[in-house]
Write a protein that binds this ligand. Structure first.
Ligand SMILES: NC(=O)c1ccc[n+]([C@@H]2O[C@H](COP(=O)([O-])OP(=O)(O)OC[C@H]3O[C@@H](n4cnc5c(N)ncnc54)[C@H](OP(=O)(O)O)[C@@H]3O)[C@@H](O)[C@H]2O)c1
Length: 276
C-alpha cells in the first residue's frame, strides 16, 4: 500500500534519490529543501503526489510550522525522514565558533527539532515511523570529523532515549548509518583553514587522503535508498540500519574494541558501588 513521507534535505544525495524512488513507485512525498527549484522537474511529473517546501532545518520556528502544515494538509504522514546534514572537515581546534555552532545547529538541533515537531502529530494519528539519517560515524570516529561525530553520536543518544519514551504511542525509530557514499557529501564539506601543526598527524593524513582521493568511498546511494525503503516494511522497525561494507566493518571493529575495553575494566567498575 502506498505511503506518505516527509523528508528533509532533498536537493541532492540520499534525500533526493529517496524522493525520486518513492514517487516512482506511487508514494506521496512532502519534500523539504533549501534550494527552491531543485525538484521542479519532479513537480511537473508527479503533480499533487509531491509537495515541495523550502526549509532550512536550523530555523526551528520554520521546522515546526512546515511540519504542522504538511500534517494538516495531508492528514497523515507514515514516515518522517530526518536526513539533512553536512560535515565540518578539520581538526577540532581548527574550526571557528560559527562553524561549530552551525554544525551542531544543523545535524543535531535541526534533527531533534524535526523529530519533536513530528511527535505530537504521530501520536495523534496513532503511530508512525521516524528514520533518522545518522552515519557509521554515529558509532565510529575518523580524525578530522570530530565535530560531525559530536552531532551524529549526539543524535543517536537522543533517538535511543526518545524511542523508549514514544514506543507506547506506536512510534518507531530507525537510525540509518551509511558508510562513505557517493553523494554530494564530500563536495559539501566545510573546511576550516588547516593548522600546520597537524600536518604530520592522523588529521593531516586524513586531509591528504581526501585531497588525493585515496580515501575509499564505496557506498552506492541507489542501493542504500533501496534498503532504506525496505526497512520501513519490517516490523518491528530495525533500530539501526548500517549501509555499506565500510559501515559494517568499522562499526563492528569499534563495538568489539569498546566491549573488550569494558571487560578489561570490569573489576574497577564493580569495585565502586556503595558498601551494602
Ligand atoms: N554520503 C556520505 O558519505 C554519508 C555517510 C554517512 C552519513 N551521511 C548522512 O546522510 C545525510 C544526507 O547526506 P548525503 O550523503 O545525501 O549528502 P548531500 O548530497 O550533500 O545531501 C545533504 C542534503 O542536506 C541538505 N542540508 C544541509 N544543511 C541543511 C540545512 N541546514 N537545512 C536543510 N537542508 C540542509 C543539503 O541541502 P543543500 O543542497 O541546500 O546544501 C542536501 O540536500 C546527511 O545527514 C549525512 O550526514 C552521508
Amino acid at each position: 500500500m502506498s505511503k506518505t513521507w516527509f523528508i528533509t534535505g532533498t536537493s541532492s544525495g540520499l534525500g533526493r534519490e529517496l524522493t525520486e524512488k518513492l514517487l516512482a513507485r506511487g508514494d506521496r512525498v512532502a519534500a523539504t529543501l533549501r534550494k527552491t527549484g531543485a525538484l521542479d522537474h519532479l513537480l511537473a511529473q508527479y503533480g499533487d503526489r509531491l509537495w515541495v517546501e523550502q526549509l532550512d532545518v536550523t530555523d526551528t520556528r520554520a521546522v515546526h510550522e512546515v511540519v504542522g502544515r504538511v500534517f494538516a494538509q495531508w492528514g497523515r504522514i507514515d514516515v518522517v525522514v530526518s536526513n539533512a546534514g553536512y560535515a565540518v572537515f578539520g581538526a577540532g581546534e581548527e574550526a571557528d565558533d560559527d562553524q561549530i555552532r552551525h554544525q551542531i545547529d544543523t545535524n543535531l538541533i535541526g534533527s531533534i527539532q524535526v523529530i519533536r515537531a513530528a511527535l505530537p502529530h504521530l501520536r495523534r494519528q496513532g503511530g508512525g515511523r521516524i528514520l533518522q539519517v545518522s552515519s557509521e560515524g554515529g558509532q565510529t570516529t575518523y580524525p578530522n570529523f570530530s565535530l560531525y561525530h559530536a552531532t551524529k553520536w549526539g543524535i543517536e543518544g537522543f533517538v535511543e532515549a526518545v524511542a523508549q519514551e514514544v514506543a507506547p504511542f506506536n512510534i518507531e525509530f530507525t537510525l540509518v548509518e551509511p558508510g562513505p557514499a557517493k553523494t554530494g557529501f564530500a563536495g559539501g564539506l566545510v573546511t576550516p583553514p588547516p593548522m600546520a601543526v597537524y600536518d604530520q598527524t592522523p588529521a593531516g593524513d586524513m586531509r591528504r587522503a581526501l585531497v588525493d582521493e585515496t580515501f575509499a568511498i564505496l557506498g552506492d546511494p541507489v542501493k542504500m535508498v533501496r534498503e532504506i525503503m525496505a526497512s520501513v516494511d519490517r516490523s518491528p522497525a530495525p533500530r539501526r540500519l548500517a549501509l555499506g561494507s565500510q559501515a559494517y566493518d568499522h562499526i563492528h571493529a569499534a563495538l568489539t574494541q569498546r566491549l573488550d575495553a569494558l571487560e578489561g575494566q570490569k573489576s574497577i567498575a564493580l569495585s565502586t558501588d556503595v558498601d551494602s
